[in-house]
Write a protein that binds this ligand. Sequence first.
Ligand SMILES: [Zn+2]
Length: 332
Amino acid sequence: MSRLTSANSSHARYGDLRDEYEIIPTSGKAMPVKKGEVFRSVQHDPAGMCVDINIFNLHDYVEHVETSISRRQGFHIPLGGFAISDSPRNSLMMQVIEKPETCVIDMLGHRCSPAMNEAVWGEPDMTNCQDSLAGGIGEYGLTPDDTHASYTLWMPTGWDEAGLLTLRRNVGVKPGDCCDFLALMDVLMVACTCGINDLSPLGNYFQAPVSIGVFEASDETNAMVADVERRFPPLEGQKKPEDFPVKHHIEDRALRKVDGYKPQFNRFPMTYEEVEFELTGTDLEEAERLVRAGLRTDLEDAVRSGVIEWYNGNRANHHPLYGSIGGAAAYL
Ligand SMILES: [Zn+2]
């Protein structure tokens, strides 16, 4: 049975599910989504995986979602908020039409990359969002340089009084929780499970699959698009290539599937190794206390999280590519 299940949300009845894909850690997959259709991403068990997304205009890939203008709606995008493209296009590309409170859509962070992983953990070949997104869009002829700042789902960021970025655990996310986007124009969506879900609180120090899919347009979703267009009609200032005094050197920027494309992902598929050991005395008591307090889901989670938090606190390097996360920025 499909993990994407119901073609309904509390806001609209969608059309039929027409495409579905399971993203195995850690990889990326691109899917065209036409105006009026709905893109869904859904959590598996264990839930609480951070999901990075890039969004391109399907007919002109240079136009893509931009987090800094989207951030004007809040550091975390609310239900009903939009994915907005970069200036000078400034299109409302998609609208978030379904998400639980526990799904934080972040506009502050930046996708993990091979260079960041090397700087922090000394491993350039580790799994990372940059490579997974690039692997996904390669199916439509795009290169690693075409990726952009992620519109990130289930990424519970915070900030302290000094303005330093903090990352939190994905608390309260349940299997089956989904986040739905209504396409307000034809787009190419690409999604990946975050490459450092297992090394950061964003994935609760674990890696699990998520599913993505596309529902066809329905009368109700088309009516929702029309409603957005009525409330926020096109603006003269939303400039397009035909308005530019200087023309781009590439004429055809429509995205098409590349026949026979085979993506390459780092350390894919990820393997899981179970390690058995005895927990005694105060270590066991502390792990049980964390589970009882609801701060960890079970003893395995308590131990795994503790080990990686210790590793990050004592062995990971501070570096400007990871910025203030985990400590004050002191580069002078
Ligand atoms: Zn990532």
